[in-house]
Design a protein around this ligand. Structure first.
Ligand code: SAM
Ligand code: SF4
Ligand code: SF4
Length: 378
């Protein structure tokens, strides 16, 4: 086994100043970037802190007790997040995902959900609001989140074997409490619940089938995510990636599957339905998904923007710099001026990291410094 190097780095890099266009870019809802991709999905990180130390995301060696998390004054306040979200909606965003860090650690997160739920898209509809969580606080929080207007939730769970899961979250957190969180989310009507499992070859690959058996026929949609080279601290190596096609092959060896059509353009997961004895999708058995960010790039229709905890706008999960929207907000800029700046930034977007990955340096840390997943959100 080759030695892995986990560099000690601060996850934040210099911010990009927001360009103020001389010709205003009005918010028409029809914005497109240089590759013709619209802006539809906004992911908002509400905290850079987490109570887990998943080794692929916030390894303990880096995120120790002296780690310099953002001071509270640097975080966007709920009113600031809501104001920005409203401007993003004017540009065509329809879906908002709250993430982190662990979003349920942010105090009164349900208050933010309620503010966002009161916004409207350009079609006059409420935005679709979802949240990605490690599930540790979900059993407690699910009813209040639902009541505030959250529609769905995605829970991360990397295996059913308690020892494997405790090792992967690295804070000895038990599987049973995450399963209780999933049950509470379902009972509160946060449906359909999706479960994300990051698959690492040699670590939890033997959990693929038990997870599929457990969630098949329950209405929960399980998705397998390829271990990604996000950030610079997780010691990523290609030989730990289990390609999605292999995940599907292993599932099909026991559980018949048929491919399903995507539900929306820009969808990250490829969907597979559990089949009945006639080889047709049986909706009662449900579906699984695979997110092949490493082996099958899906940048072509990537319509996602990311807002970091301190208000920086990232145009790609793998971007090394973000635009400093917080300074613009706090400078007293009008909504129209902010909308114009956002429009100009999106119009200049050309990011497609996953498609270009093979031509970039193979080892993280040797090329551009990328931003950490816990800072920018998934
Ligand atoms: N703490 C929450 C959670 O774990 O669901 C939300 C934030 S977490 C950064 C969002 C998602 O990113 C999780 O599903 C997590 O498993 C995934 N993730 C983090 N690091 C990853 C990596 N290196 N490769 C693939 N997925 C990763
Ligand atoms: Fe925390 Fe989520 Fe990252 Fe795990 S994946 S360390 S739960 S932010
Ligand atoms: Fe979108 Fe960047 Fe991921 Fe490509 S690599 S799908 S552009 S976030």
């Amino acid at each position: 086994m080759s030695e892995r190097v986990i560099p000690l780095v601060d996850q934040r890099s210099a911010a990009l100043a927001v360009p103020l266009p001389t010709t205003p870019v009005p918010a028409t809802g029809l914005l497109a970037d240089t590759l013709g991709r619209p802006l539809r999905d906004l992911r908002i990180s509400v905290t850079d802190r987490c109570n887990f130390r998943c080794n692929y995301c916030m390894p303990k060696e880096v995120f120790g007790k002296d780690y310099p998390y953002l001071p509270h004054a640097d975080l966007l306040r709920f009113e600031e997040i809501t104001r920005l979200a409203a401007i993003f909606l004017r540009h065509g965003v329809r879906k908002i995902r709250l993430t982190g860090g662990e979003p349920l650690l942010r105090r009164n997160i349900e208050g933010l959900v309620a503010q966002l739920a009161a916004l409207r898209t350009t079609d006059g509809q409420p935005p679709e609001i979802t949240l990605t969580t490690n599930g540790s606080l979900l059993a407690r929080k699910a009813p209040a989140l639902r009541q505030a207007g959250l529609q769905r939730v995605t829970v991360s769970l990397d295996g059913l074997d308690d020892a494997v899961f405790r090792r992967m979250n690295d804070v000895d957190f038990p599987v049973a409490e995450v399963l209780a969180g999933i049950a509470a989310a379902r009972a509160a009507g946060l449906a359909p619940v999706k479960v994300n499992m990051v698959v690492k070859r040699g670590t939890n690959e033997h959990e693929i089938l038990p997870m599929a058996r457990h969630f098949r026929g329950t209405g929960v949609i399980l998705r397998f995510i390829e271990f990604m080279d996000v950030g610079a601290t997780n010691g990523w190596r290609m030989d730990e990636v289990l390609p999605s096609r292999e995940v599907i092959a292993r599932l099909r060896a026991e559980l018949p599957l048929v491919p399903l059509e995507p539900t929306a353009p820009g969808e990250t997961a490829q969907r597979w339905g559990y089949a009945d004895a006639q080889g047709r999708h049986d909706p009662a058995l449900g579906e699984v998904g695979v997110i092949s960010s490493v082996t099958q790039a899906f940048c072509g229709d990537c319509n996602r923007a990311r807002l970091s905890t301190e208000g920086r706008l990232y145009l790609c999960l793998f971007a090394d710099k973000g635009y400093d929207l917080r300074s613009l907000l706090r400078s007293g800029a009008s909504d129209d001026a902010i909308a114009s700046a956002l429009g100009a930034i999106w119009q200049g977007r050309s990011d497609r990291y996953s498609e270009l990955r093979s031509s970039l340096p193979a080892e993280p840390g040797t090329g551009k410094r990328r931003i950490e997943m816990s800072y920018i959100g998934g």
